[in-house]
Structure formats: C-alpha cells, structure tokens
Design a protein around this ligand. Structure first.
Ligand SMILES: Cc1ncc(COP(=O)(O)O)c(C=O)c1O
Length: 506
C-alpha cells in the first residue's frame, strides 16, 4: 500500500511539473499554479546516458570537491537550444545564466553549429606556426570592432589566460610591477590572476601572485557612498543624494579613495589597473559614471596602463555598445575577452596597441599551442555574424531594458529586494534582509528562492561576496515574452518566500 502511494505521488509530481504547476517536497501535493512557460518549437532527444544517481556518484567520487554545484539536487543537463536547456528527464528551463555568461548567441545556434560541423570535417588543428585562412579572417573581423589604436590581437584559451597575458603586457610595457584591481573583482584563478581576484572565497591560502594591490570598489549600492543618479543604468539605487547633473559626489569620494591607494600601497610608478566595465561575479556591480575615466587618468600619470576585462561584458551584452569600456567613454590600452566570444567553445583573446604588443614581444617569448586554431576561427566568426544578423546587441538593449524595468518594480513590493541594476542583458538583483539595513539576505533564504525559481523553470545565476545577488544574463536571443515569464516566476518565488517567512516556515 505504501509503495502504491509513493508511486502515485511520484507520478502526480511529474504530471504537475509538466503542466507547469509546482510540487513541493513534503507537501501534501499542494498545487501552486506557476507561471506558464512560453512555447518552444524544439524537441530534445531522449537522454540515453547512465542513470542520474550514477552520474552523481562519479561526480562525488572522482571530481575535485572544489567543483560545487547549484541546487540541492544538481541539475543534469542534457541538451540546449537557443535560450532553452533540457535536463535528463526532458524538463525544459529558460536559461537566465548562459553557463555563466558564456552562451552569447544561443545554445547550439544553428549558424554556429553548422560552421563548427563543417570545419570538423576539414581541419581541427594546425598550431600558430602555420597560417589558416579562417583564423586570419576572424582576427580581421574581430579587430574591426575596436577603435584605433587597439589593433593587435593575441589568441588565448580562457579568461584567466587572457588576463595572465594582459598582466605580462602591462608589466613588460611599463617596466613596473604593481597592478591594482577592485576589492570584489574576479579576473580568474590562474596562479598569476589569483593576485587580481579579490573575492575572499577564491583567495588561496598559498602564494597568489605578488605586487597586486586592491582598491575600494566604487559600489554605489553597498559601498559607503552612492546616490540617486550615479550609475549608467535605467535603474538607480534607492539611496538619496543632492548631486546635480554632471557632479556626482559619490564618484568624487571614490576617486579620493583611489588616490589614497595610489599614495599608500603602490610604488610611485605602476604597471596597470584592471577593471571590468560592470563587475560580474561580484553581482553586477556598477560604478559611478565617469569613475573609470578619471581613475584611468590617474593610472596614466603613474605610468600604468588600463586593462578592460570584457570577459562578461563584451560582445554586445550591455546593449548600448559592443564593448563595455565604450559605455564609460574610456579607451583602454588592453582589452581581454573570453566566454561569449565562442558561445561555449573554449577560446579567448587579448587586444592591444602595436606599441604595447611590441614591448611585450621584446620581453616575453609567449607561445600557446591552441591559440587561434581553425575551430576557434570559424566558431568565433560565426558568433560575430550571428550577433549582427540576429540583431542581438539591439535585443540585449531592448529586451534587457524591458526586463530591468520590470524587475526594478519588485523593490516596491518586496522589502528583501535591495537593489536592481545593470545594463542590457546583464542584470543583478541584490537581496537584503531589509532595505534600510542593506544586510545581505542569509544564504539559506537565497538558496530557497533560487531552488524555487528552478522548480518553476528558470535557471538564474548567483553572485556577490555573500552570494546575495541573483544574476540575470540569458543568451542574447531571449524574447520579451520569455522575459515576462522569467519576471513572473521570480515574482512568484518571492511571494511564496514572503508567505513562508510570515508563517515562520523557513
Ligand atoms: C570577468 C572575468 N574575468 C576572467 C574570468 C576567468 O575566465 P576563465 O574562467 O575562462 O578562466 C572570469 C570567469 O568567470 C570572469 O568573469
């Protein structure tokens, strides 16, 4: 009898999930109607792999324990199509995190897939000591997207490797060693970039790259200063200020802090300053307008170069511009890119000026086997074509702004929504205990909301020093209808969370 009851419950659970309702473990099949998922004309293949439990066992026994997963029962993903992901049971999810901002044009985008398939049958690898037409055509196409004098490209394999190379370039060009990055910054976890990454959870307890110094992150929501018109976003913080247009006191205060860093922790002459146009891992943190421009001027005066880490912000994701640095009106000396460049194919690049490239070449004999291989060339090229042909930068702007404004309204309804910010399809929702204290929402509560969103069919990302920020950065092909669905799901999850909170059921 017990067995029958259990299998009935299991069947009912599956049925309810499939028809969009939500089943809560432990509940007596209470039916909360969840927002209805928009249609998708793609049917995934049946997952023929080993059973879920075997896969989980392999993960636990043979993978490094460092590799953590989202959710109590980690998702086993089987297939992807544009903005959709399918798990091993064929359940569909709207992907709002793009494999950590890596799927730029859509999972298995037909054009990119066709280009990759064609090249697979022709030539996979040559090594940089040979020429290959696709690699050179791609380099030309990518470089055309940069203003003068950013015209020299180095291909690399990952974001960390690109940033390693940029650090070497900054040091070899300036002949100085000190590099500054923000507290809260994430620029990779290679032995060299460990020095730049200032997220405590990622700091190793062993040597982590010397001569890297930190400076205060000009975070206008969580930092000491911030007001009602600081950032380049359609949505500002709830903080008040009496600044007038063109004069941002918060920016001035943060610049003073930056000057203090220059006067105290670095040598007279420095190698460079690393910053993302908008911080990703730290939870879509935006700086006051003009901050980067002024900071760069100070860096230049000290002999340093400015490196824009576009690993998350590049390739049109911010909507108004193709590169994040353009939205700050600043021209970097070195730009690093990865993730979205290959829509999931592992590749990255560093772009710099002929002058810096020449200093680098004099000091460093750099070589990497896979740099600019034919597969990367055709895939990277197809990604650029897809961004253009599908109007994805424009869509990032339109759909991103649409979703941002809708999400911002949640602040009025829910005390635990502290801040909503971002640009294009890079949005952060910072969760707090209450809007006055701005203390981060406890991890347990974050996890519950996160899990609930997943159960209702959206995969949302996390960020922030306390993982207190939800990150929304879907493949750039997401539609407004899907954005509506995502906001409805998030709204439902918050509503249910607040109900549980009120009943003391957390
Ligand atoms: C801004 C930024 N830079 C660099 C990296 C490192 O890239 P990778 O993981 O490819 O080494 C990341 C990764 O998340 C990143 O977000």
């Amino acid at each position: 009898m017990a067995l029958l009851k259990a299998s009935f419950l299991q069947m009912s659970k599956r049925f309810l999930l499939q028809c969009g309702a939500c089943w809560k473990p432990g509940s007596k099949l209470s039916v909360h109607t969840s927002p209805k998922m928009p249609p998708c004309d793609f049917t995934p293949e049946k997952c023929e792999y080993q059973p879920y439990d075997n896969i989980l066992k392999i993960r636990k026994q043979n993978f490094s324990p460092l590799m953590s997963t989202y959710f109590q029962k980690p998702l086993l993903l089987h297939q992807g199509y544009m903005q959709w992901l399918f798990d091993h049971e064929g359940r569909r999810y709207l992907d709002l995190f793009s494999g950590i901002l890596t799927i730029s044009v859509g999972h298995c985008h037909p054009k990119v897939t066709a280009a990759a398939q064609k090249q697979l049958g022709l030539l996979w690898h040559t090594s940089p000591v040979f020429l290959h037409p696709a690699v050179h055509e791609y380099a030309e196409k990518l470089i055309a997207l940069f203003p003068e004098p950013l015209k020299v490209i180095f291909f690399t394999n990952s974001g960390s490797e690109a940033n390693d190379m940029a650090m070497l370039m900054a040091r070899s060009h300036s002949q100085n060693v000190d590099i500054i990055s923000f507290r809260g910054a994430y620029h990779g976890t290679s032995p060299y970039t460990f020095g730049l990454t200032n997220v405590g959870a990622y700091k190793p307890r062993i040597d982590r790259g010397s001569s890297c110094q930190t400076t205060m992150c000009p975070d206008v929501f969580r930092g000491p200063w911030g007001g009602s018109q600081c950032r380049d976003s359609l949505v500002q913080t709830n903080r008040k200020c009496d600044c007038t247009p063109g004069c941002c006191k918060a920016k001035n205060q943060y610049i003073e802090e930056f000057k203090t860093t220059l006067h105290t922790v670095v040598a007279k002459e420095i190698a460079g300053f690393f910053a993302e146009p908008i911080q990703g891992v730290n939870g879509v943190v935006q700086y006051p307008k003009e901050f980067l421009k002024e900071a760069y001027q100070l860096v230049k005066e000290r002999g340093g170069v400015y490196i824009s880490d576009e690993v998350q912000t590049g390739f049109g994701r911010l909507g108004t511009h193709f590169w994040g640095f353009q939205s700050h009106g600043v021209l970097p000396d070195i730009v690093t890119m990865a993730k979205g460049i290959g829509n999931g194919f592992p590749m990255s690049a560093v772009v710099t000026t002929p002058e810096i490239a020449s200093s680098f070449t004099k000091k460093v004999n750099h070589f990497n086997t896979f740099a600019g291989n034919p597969m990367g060339g055709v895939i990277g090229s197809a990604v650029l074509d897809a961004i253009k042909e599908d109007g994805l930068q424009e869509n990032s702007h339109e759909t991103g702004s649409y979703m941002l404004l809708k999400l911002a309204k949640l602040r009025d309804e829910f005390e635990i929504v502290g801040d909503v910010r971002g640009k294009g399809l890079m949005i952060g929702i910072e969760m707090v205990q209450d809007q006055d204290s701005r203390k981060p929402l406890p991890l347990k509560e974050m996890n519950l909301i996160h899990e609930d969103c997943k159960d209702m069919g959206i995969i949302i990302g996390r960020g922030g020093l306390f993982t207190q920020t939800f990150r929304v950065a879907p493949p750039m092909c997401i539609t407004k209808q899907e954005a509506d669905f995502a906001v409805e799901v998030f709204h439902s999850a918050l509503r249910r969370h607040m109900e549980k909170r009120a009943k003391g059921n957390l």
